[in-house]
Design a protein around this ligand. Structure first.
Ligand code: SF4
Ligand code: SF4
Length: 367
């Protein structure tokens, strides 16, 4: 027997984020039939559509199946009522990582366009304050050298501390999410040990294998792979650059292999993000509804990569506005890295936990 504890605000939020007419779902089951990722046993998304229509937030935010969906859009394409289950799932994922993320005010300022000025002003004020405390808050004279504007020790130290704080909160949210998932499946015994589920989860994420089953959105796999590996390469390059600043070997020469790797990563990211943006703009029928959170992630990530390339050029060309562009780039870094657990990018962290849990209870596609 299922306890129904409707949360009307939750239902309204799902409808707002997905732009779906939830009540029109007639439970025909077409969506579950066409979904190649749904297990035979209690398949998704039909059952979640009725739960969403009833506002069953408590059940949905601990439903592993929500994260097994890779938003291929096949179910939405075949839904006879145009209810868009793929977008409903995306909305529920968004509500879930917001539910677990702390502190709450960061959730709030990233949730709606009306808060965007606050979301921008926060990094602007914090970064300006740090540079002010470093005593370098002015445009330096002479050859462009970003460390004269924001000394490396201050940059590494302050951004390191902020990263630590943000990700401590993120880890506590993820642990709570994992323990709630377990509580939601308390009648199901773990069937696979840690090593097996670690290998299976890593394989799935490294290869993005589940994306191959999409028929409505064929380019999704490649755009996600380009962004995924481009981002990992960029993280490596950033780590290397931090070490180089500590050993006074920064900036890197243009011919340095790590520098070349950074530029290749930038190209991969621009290509992957460009494909995603074009698909969302011009192929709405197959790629579904794009809400504020989708655009916030895509645009801030795109601006981060583009501004990274431009400040490299600005330093090389000794442009007067190099420092202004550098400051803009730092704000973009803040948006992508520090807002990650609160924005659409958060699904990367939560999906990894959910897939790992699904592997432990052997809940995956058998088709
Ligand atoms: S979402 Fe559409 S396809 Fe799925 S059960 Fe409802 S009406 Fe049928
Ligand atoms: S979007 Fe794709 S993976 Fe997700 S429920 Fe629909 S058909 Fe299945």
């Amino acid at each position: 027997m299922i306890d129904i504890n409707p949360d009307i605000e939750f239902k309204k939020e799902v409808k707002r984020l997905s732009n779906s007419s939830l009540n029109e779902c007639m439970q025909c089951g077409n969506c579950s039939v066409v979904c190649t990722l749904a297990p035979d046993d209690s398949p998704f998304p039909r059952k979640e559509m009725i739960w969403a229509g009833w506002g069953m937030k408590e059940k949905l935010i601990v439903d592993t199946d929500i994260w097994l969906c890779h938003q291929c859009g096949d179910c939405s394409t075949h839904c006879p009522r145009g209810v868009k289950p793929a977008d409903v799932f995306s909305a529920i994922r968004q509500i879930t990582y917001r539910h677990y993320a702390r502190p709450k005010f960061l959730n709030t300022i990233l949730s709606k366009p009306i808060w965007l000025p606050v979301a921008i002003m926060l990094p602007v004020i914090v970064i300006l304050s740090i540079i002010f405390m470093a005593g370098t808050l002015q445009i330096p004279e002479g050859v462009v050298n970003y460390s004269k504007f924001f000394p490396h020790a201050w940059l590494n130290g302050s951004f390191g501390i902020i990263t630590l704080i943000i990700y401590c909160f993120a880890i506590s949210g993820l642990l709570k999410f994992r323990s709630d998932l377990k509580a939601g499946y308390q009648d199901t015994k773990a069937r696979n040990g840690f090593l097996k589920r670690f290998i299976d989860t890593s394989n799935e994420i490294i290869l993005h294998s589940k994306f191959s089953s999409c028929s409505a959105q064929k380019s999704r796999k490649w755009s996600h792979l380009l962004v995924f590996y481009g981002f990992i390469m960029l993280l490596f390059v950033t780590g290397f650059a931090i070490i180089a600043t500590l050993t006074h070997n920064y900036p890197l020469k243009f011919t340095n292999p790590v520098k070349i790797m950074g530029n290749v990563a930038g190209l991969m990211l621009v290509t992957g993000l460009g494909i995603m943006i074009i698909n969302r703009l011009f192929n709405k029928k197959n790629y579904g509804n794009s809400n504020y959170s989708d655009w916030l992630l895509l645009i801030s990530f795109f601006l981060l990569v583009i501004s990274g390339g431009i400040i490299e050029l600005a330093r090389f060309m000794n442009w007067y506005y190099a420092y202004h562009l550098y400051f803009f780039h730092l704000v973009c870094v803040w948006f992508v890295v520090f807002y990650l657990p609160y924005a659409k990018f958060g699904h990367v962290l939560y999906r990894t936990i959910a897939i790992g849990f699904a592997k432990s209870i052997d809940r995956s596609s058998t088709r």
